[in-house]
Write a protein that binds this ligand. Sequence first.
Ligand code: AMP
Length: 285
Amino acid sequence: MNDGNDLPERIRTVAGMQARTAAWRGAGAQVALVPTMGALHDGHLQLVRAAAAVADRVIVSIFVNPAQFAPTEDFAAYPRDEAADVARLAALGVDAVFAPAVAEIYPDGFATRVAVDGPALGLESDARPHFFGGVATVVAKLFIACAPDVAIFGEKDYQQLLVIRRMAADLGLPVAVVGHPTIRSADGLALSSRNAYLSPGERTTAPRLHAALQSAADAIRAGGDVAAALAAATSELEASGFAVDYVALRNAETLAVVADPRNEPLRLLVAARLGRTRLIDNIPV
Ligand code: AMP
């Protein structure tokens, strides 16, 4: 582990990253990866601390992945500040920042994509059909480039965590995929790089997303009717000015539609738009 006094090494090529991990492994080190798109906030930094707690060497990847943005989405506008990100990571003793250019990950003629099913179906995929294929493809490439023993993903993106865990199992990638609880502001809003898009008024309204999830979860835990609890959450959010994409109760391990809420692990998930910002959140029930 870098002692926090040095800037992490910045590595731009897959071959360079593979060589660095191979050297660490040769010396017997355990390696952890935290994949990010940069614009780092305290949620990301908690994932990095968790990585440092389980491994000898920590890699943070910073790559805004064009394959997971639709042409209408915010790829060009997505916040980028690599120098500030690297400075924040240095203070945590990160060993390497893997920050490849787009052409390093998607060379000319690139024609291969990971296709995902199971937990990738529905929810986010209904609004963003391109999304999980793009995520799975880049994460597979990051796993191959960084060859970590463990990779840490936030529960903030719960469906993504399950899609990646499933992909690693299905493809036999030798990486333990570990989830980390969502980090929130004191008012309940999940930290997200996209919160920067919220106007001051929207920022005041945004915590109602988490509050609506909590009320619905309480009602379901108390044995209330699931459909009624979800409908109440939707109306509450619409009354606050959100356009709701979904409020859904799913099996927490597979994301399958719930057959018997009393006998399954449950997760409540929401996606809603506030002005031009799309927010997602989820909690266990
Ligand atoms: P992103 O840069 O948004 O792609 O996020 C990179 C990683 O950080 C993903 O595994 C996210 O789930 C995770 N992450 C983002 N925000 C949070 C948060 N508020 N709490 C926990 N993990 C988060």
